[in-house]
Design a protein around this ligand. Sequence first.
Ligand code: PRP
Ligand code: URA
Length: 207
Amino acid sequence: MVVYMKHPLILHKITMLRDERTGTSDFRKLVEEIAMLMGYEALADLKTHQVEIKTPIEDTIQPVLDGRKPAVIPILRAGLGMVGGLLALLPNAKVGHIGMYRDEETHTPHAYYCKLPPFMEERLAIVVDPMLATGGSLIDAVNEIKKSGCQNIKCMCIIAAPEGVAAFTKTHPDVTLYVGALDRCLNENAYICPGLGDAGDRIFGTK
Ligand code: PRP
Ligand code: URA
């Protein structure tokens, strides 16, 4: 399933993010804010159970989050920019890392790092990467996460190309994909149009 964001605050912030005049510091802030707003929408179905607490007034039974702490899993590098936004919502979440880079010629992903928290089979994994272009990186990252036994996976991408959405949903129909904005197409270099350029370079100031 693919869920497209409709909230005007998210759409407004994505427009600011795309603007080539947006510098590194504002870009980082926006990525984090968008991740938090998207996370709020994506986590609306988290399960709760009832606990007994005591307010200053009386005893009461109230809901708290159920189960093991979720794992936020950024795809390096650009996904790192979204982690703070998710941790603002889930301060106790575990954080795993998956390193992927796209070959500049073939645009195919290469994995260079994977470190996930223990007991992934009992956790919700929230995979974050601002860009879904061909879909190769996210598809491989989710393959890795599934190998850990994890079956409850949500992915969040700020901007996606139709090609990437189609490839991802075909390979992982059981994973819900949350997309901030669906763009027109990929160009000959597999960059998203209109997109925002290279997310990693804009977050880390490497170009
Ligand atoms: C970017 C982006 C995704 C990937 C998307 O990372 O952050 O991980 O490209 O492209 P795909 O859908 O075609 O696989 P990149 O490989 O540029 O690495 P970086 O984050 O280290 O800059
Ligand atoms: N990765 C990016 O950072 N931007 C794109 O447009 C495509 C892949």
